[in-house]
Design a binder for this molecule. Structure first.
Ligand code: NAD
Ligand code: UDP
Length: 360
């Protein structure tokens, strides 16, 4: 692949089907596995890419930069074992062979995935098909970043993988919820029909550094509001619950799931089973930041789930995984990150912040 971009990343900017030889992916001697990460420039994806590179693998990051950014990867520097391709996963692609594929491409924040709901459905469904076709062609193992939204507004608590969910198929969240449900269907149909080796992670609310300040999800919203001394916007009464997982724990779970034997042949919940009301979270953030922000109440979004808590017994027994970072510790790291980001006189690039935080 040629180096056509002014950026220090090697990139391709094409929006039709294309291919390049495997030789082009890594010009150095191959080490570790060749891994495709779609959505690798996003919040979770960038942490995953960093971890995979750190353990000796070569990574190709495919991203259309709709919610992700080059800044999330820039601290990794220019290197032979990382290639970045600008492409919409909903359009077919052939980038040569891979040993493993992590399919993370999709906006995860409700305001972002609802901004262009038809594109969100295409990303979930067509994106899954395109990724699965690549896995089928090159015999790659493929992991889907699915979601607790599969369970919708759950009538079973905590949520086990065997629960089929309670999703409104025509509401404003459906583009994401039903898109992700259809993606799971495709993953297991490709496994049954073509013997593709699939893994499906049902991820519960995950937070940490490199979330965008305008991401819109609750943890980043509350921290940014508290640091700025703005009102903390609690939607509804604040009695709805969520379970919050720190990003390093989640990445560890994704890699363990990918490395698991084929006998792990059903979706696996990944999340922190600690359960907090949104009101609890607001108070915690205000206290930890030492903010004078007030809590204000705003209308609850349509179809907002009332409760969420993962049953992680499958992840514990089959992956030997459980989250290690408490909400208090994870929030402290995330507050540090946003504090640096927001206190800089000029907008700060996230790669500079990553360096500063590592140096601490
Ligand atoms: P994010 O928005 O930060 O990252 C998504 C990445 O995908 C971005 O880099 C974006 O530019 C890219 N992308 C979006 N549409 C694309 C397309 N059509 N083609 C190529 N790239 C595209 O979100 P995140 O929190 O990092 O989530 C990553 C994945 O994990 C998503 O699939 C999401 O559904 C899933 N997930 C995340 C959470 C969470 O709490 N963070 C929870 C459940 C599931
Ligand atoms: N929420 C809130 N204030 C905000 C953002 C979100 O009260 O500024 C609520 C939201 O209504 C939901 C919960 O926090 O009940 C978690 O929202 P988030 O967008 O983080 O993720 P979800 O789990 O709903 O996809």
């Amino acid at each position: 692949m040629s180096s056509g971009s002014p950026s220090h990343f090697r990139q391709q900017r094409r929006h039709a089907s294309f291919s390049f030889s495997s030789r082009d992916f890594s010009t150095g001697a191959p080490k570790g596995k060749r891994i495709l990460v779609t959505g690798g420039a996003g919040f979770l994806g960038s942490h995953l890419v960093e971890r995979l590179l750190g353990t000796g693998h070569s990574v190709l990051c495919l991203d259309n930069f709709s919610t992700g950014t080059h800044h999330n990867l820039r601290h990794l520097g220019e290197r032979n074992d990382l290639t970045i391709v600008d492409h919409d996963v909903a359009l077919p692609f052939d980038l040569g062979s891979f040993d493993e594929i992590y399919n993370l491409a999709c906006p995860a924040s409700p305001p972002h995935y609802q901004a262009d709901p038809i594109q969100t459905t295409k990303t979930c469904v067509l994106g899954a098909m395109n990724v699965l076709e690549v896995a089928r062609k090159y015999n790659a193992r493929v992991l889907q970043a699915s979601t607790s939204e599969i369970y919708g507004d759950p009538n079973v608590h905590p949520q086990r993988e065997t629960y089929w969910g309670n999703v409104n198929p025509i509401g404003p969240r459906a583009c994401y919820d039903e898109g992700k449900r259809c993606a799971e269907t495709l993953f297991f149909d490709y496994a049954r029909t073509y013997d593709v080796s699939v893994r499906v992670a049902r991820i519960f609310n995950t937070y940490g550094p490199r979330m965008r300040p305008d991401d819109g999800r609750v943890v980043s919203n509350f921290i940014v509001q508290a640091l700025r001394g703005e009102d903390i916007t609690v939607y509804g009464s604040g009695e709805q619950t969520r379970s919050f997982c720190y990003v390093s724990d989640l990445v560890d779970g994704l890699i363990r799931l990918m490395d698991s034997p084929d006998s792990v042949d059903a979706p696996v919940n990944l999340g922190n089973p600690g359960e907090f009301t949104v009101g609890n979270l607001a108070t915690m953030v205000i206290n930890m930041v030492g903010s004078r922000s007030s809590i204000v109440y705003r209308p609850l979004p349509i179809d907002d789930p009332r409760q969420r808590r993962p049953d992680i017994s499958q992840a514990k027994t089959r992956l030997d995984w459980h989250p290690k970072v408490s909400l208090q510790d994870g929030l402290a790291k995330t507050i540090d990150y946003f504090d640096l980001l927001l206190s800089a006189p000029a907008p700060r690039a996230t790669h500079e912040l990553a360096h500063e935080m590592e140096a601490r």
